[in-house]
Write a protein that binds this ligand. Structure first.
Ligand SMILES: Nc1nc2c(c(=O)[nH]1)N[C@H]1C(S)=C(S)[C@@H](COP(=O)(O)O)O[C@H]1N2
Ligand SMILES: [Mo]
Length: 515
């Protein structure tokens, strides 16, 4: 065959490869929407998140223009990558077919697909125990492997079918004799491709409607923050692009690892266990000083200590390694797991947990940053070594204990105030699991302090609400707030960056008072 004909053959093969990859993508999206199978973009994103440093993570977020934007960029990149790999295999198969023979070409397509499948499994291994409809972690890894096998096989089969049709033309010698026939084949392939593009596009739209982009990063802010945050206003942080939609009928909770009697509970058995109601505030490690990634709710749940006592914790236990259906992991020290306030919650403010807050069951670890409070949890494994969770692998921590903090949440002081007119300053203070004893307000950047009123004291495990009636005279004020916890420790004024152990420092706002 001549050079140009070979080149045309390569292009035809590449087109077939792209179309086969589109067929694979479409099937992936269908399986994601129907049976909760994790897609390659989601698994690659999670694998990357664990493999990169926080600095790179931050750079990527800035490069994309936000976390949600980075998630979208990641999905698009992996999907385009898949099409390019498909094009490469399709084009390669066409060249092999014309130079060596159809049989070798078929072997190449099958071989390349198997190699890719194995490579995917090896590279994404830590993330494979992910199933968004809540299959137990014991089966979700093999299910993901088989699912990947099915979608990769779909790629190979579609490519071979498309190749065999054009290959026959080559063998019959009609390809060069009748270019219009080749064009018809190409047109047919392209037509199938356009159809698949439309189908996968509409599936992507449906997934986007369910995606976390619209609510990830929800904060509570403003002058009207009550003691208890309503479920639909509670802050949200999630690593996921589309959060799990767990089928409570599929879901199981495993208590495993270094225990004498491993336990498995279904949802009915779990909610039949003795439970407690506990008001607890959660806050994200990435909450900036003065930020609203912090909320308070009343939770009903089962004490982890009760479950561990039933299971019988081995003497060498160091940590519990927790796993959730979205493949998220984190650890807590065994002593923390055994504290009576560490709960597996299944109700939030008197309702079943909302999907975005971890339905059907989430962990609550008072005193430690929100990332330890796994949503959609399905496994607690007692281990005798220091394991690292999803964010800890990136380099967060090692200390996840919440330092005492306080903030102004209202009113908005960007508008100048009027001298002599009273202002009602309000805010929250939070001291992890130590409780807030008192709050002070400063008008001079922290040089002198005046006690604020505690309007809601909360418990050891919750925030407190404070207010301060202030009637300023003309001038510019540097307002600051600080809290003292119930161990009498005063909030540190020393600033600390968010990375790697969470922000610390005084929340300060400038108030201008006109005469
Ligand atoms: N399974 C799972 N659990 C998770 C997360 C997650 O992405 N997946 N995010 C964590 C983080 S970083 C925080 S701050 C809290 C937020 O909980 P909320 O969205 O209910 O406020 O959930 C934690 N639990
Ligand atoms: Mo977080």
């Amino acid at each position: 065959m001549t050079g140009p004909a070979q080149f045309r053959g390569f292009l035809g093969g590449a087109l077939a490869g792209v179309v086969a990859a589109l067929a694979m993508t479409t099937l992936q999206l269908v399986l994601r929407l129907t049976v909760g199978l994790a897609t390659t973009p989601e698994l690659v994103g999670d694998r990357m998140a664990a493999a990169i440093t926080i600095a790179t993570f931050g750079d990527l977020i800035r490069f994309a223009g936000g976390y949600n934007e980075l998630k979208q960029l990641g999905v698009i990149s992996v999907l385009i990558g898949q099409l390019l790999v498909g094009a490469g295999i399709g084009g390669g198969a066409a060249l092999i077919a014309t130079r060596i023979g159809a049989r070798r070409s078929t072997a190449f397509v099958i071989g390349a697909t198997v190699v890719l499948w194995v490579a995917t499994i090896v590279l994404l291994w830590p993330t494979l125990a992910t199933h968004f409809n809540g299959l137990p972690s014991s089966v979700s890894r093999p299910v993901t492997m088989i699912g990947l096998g099915i979608v990769y096989a779909t790629f190979a089969i579609v490519l071979l079918v498309l190749r065999r049709r054009s290959g026959r033309d080559v063998v019959e010698g009609t390809a060069s004799a009748s270019p219009s026939r080749v064009d018809r084949r190409t047109l047919l392939t392209a037509g199938v491709g356009v159809g698949l593009l439309v189908a996968s596009g509409s599936l992507l739209e449906r997934l986007k409607a369910k995606a976390t982009f619209s609510y990830d990063g929800t904060r509570v802010d403003g002058p009207d923050i009550g003691a208890i945050t309503p479920n639909d206003r509670f802050y949200v942080v999630t690593k996921n692009i589309v959060d799990p939609g767990v089928d409570a009928g599929l879901w199981r909770l495993d208590i495993a690892g270094l225990v004498e009697r491993p336990q498995t509970f279904d949802f009915a058995a779990f909610t039949a266990l003795p439970s407690v109601d506990q008001e607890t505030t959660l806050m994200c490690i990435s909450n900036p000083v003065g930020g609203g990634l912090m909320s308070n709710a009343v939770w009903r749940g089962v004490r982890v200590a009760d479950l561990l006592q039933t299971a019988g914790v081995g003497a060498t236990a160091v940590e519990v390694l927790c796993h959730a259906v979205d493949g998220y992991t984190d650890t807590i020290p065994i002593a923390k797991a055994l504290e009576p306030t560490t709960l597996l919650a299944y109700q939030m403010n008197g309702e079943p947990l909302p999907g975005r807050h971890g339905y059907p069951v989430r962990l609550l670890v008072p005193g430690m940053y929100g990332e330890k409070s796994l949503k959609w949890i399905d496994r607690i494994e007692v281990v005798d070594r220091d394991e690292k969770g999803f964010y800890e692998q990136q380099g967060w921590g090692p200390d996840f204990v919440i330092p005492t903090r306080s903030r102004f949440s209202g009113p908005d002081l960007r508008q100048p105030l009027a001298a002599g007119r009273p202002v009602h300053l309000v805010g929250q203070a939070f001291a992890g699991n130590r409780g807030v004893a008192s709050v002070d307000v400063s008008q001079d950047g922290g040089a002198t302090w005046t006690p604020a009123t505690i309007d809601y004291a909360g418990t050891e495990l919750t925030w407190a609400l404070w207010s301060f009636d202030w009637t300023p005279t003309q001038g510019e004020y540097r307002l600051a707030v600080r809290a003292t916890d119930r161990t009498d420790a005063v909030q540190s004024a020393a600033g600390r960056a968010i990375v790697p152990e969470g922000a610390r420092g005084l929340h300060q706002v400038t108030a201008k008072v006109a005469g």
